[in-house]
Design a protein around this ligand. Structure first.
Ligand code: ATP
Length: 157
């Protein structure tokens, strides 16, 4: 029946809000639309946890995360934006590689081992989706995940 992005995002926000009370989560989508995608709910949840956890981990003064949904004829997009430390342009092409971490010294104190985004990418691509990052140092990072929409029994052409 497809996995409901709204439902899963709301649950993830609720859970993160419990352990990061000072963070603001803004969730935006077109109220009259539905966002059903072809992915297992478990895997979607894993992906979201990785991305939102990074957004929190690499934020500094501005403790805000914006999540919004968009869709076109074939895909839904899930866009997670933070206002944190950002990622230098030279590192951006590598962040989805296993064990890659920006600025080893600074990252080490944050914990982690550079596997999160590689796992997220593998999961997303396993469902025919894509994941992409754009970022500016000192301004923040935006991760865009596209997933194929669930099409109910209709013949696609
Ligand atoms: P973990 O394996 O626990 O997820 P990690 O956060 O180091 O550890 P990834 O999630 O794969 O690993 O991220 C890779 C690197 O990309 C991070 O080390 C960090 O430098 C950078 N990065 C990822 N997300 C963000 C973000 N939202 N803002 C700034 N830098 C980020």
């Amino acid at each position: 029946t497809g996995t409901d992005l709204i439902h899963v995002v709301e649950r993830i926000i609720r859970n993160f809000k419990m352990i990061h009370e000072h963070f603001d989560f803004h969730f935006k989508y077109e109220k009259k639309e539905d966002y059903l995608v072809q992915i297992s709910e478990n895997h979607l949840e894993q992906i979201l946890i990785i991305i939102v956890d990074n957004a929190i981990k690499y934020s500094d003064q501005i403790t805000k995360v914006d999540i919004r949904l968009e869709k076109d004829a074939n895909d839904a997009a899930l866009i997670i934006k933070d206002y944190g430390i950002g990622i230098p342009e030279v590192d951006l092409p590598h962040i989805f590689h296993r064990f890659y971490r920006v600025d080893k010294a600074r990252s080490r104190e944050k914990g982690g081992n550079g596997l999160g985004l590689a796992i997220a990418k593998q999961l997303v691509e396993g469902y025919g989706g894509t994941i992409h990052a754009s970022s500016k140092v000192g301004e923040g990072t935006e991760i865009t995940i596209k997933l194929p929409l669930y099409k109910s029994g209709l013949i696609k052409n």
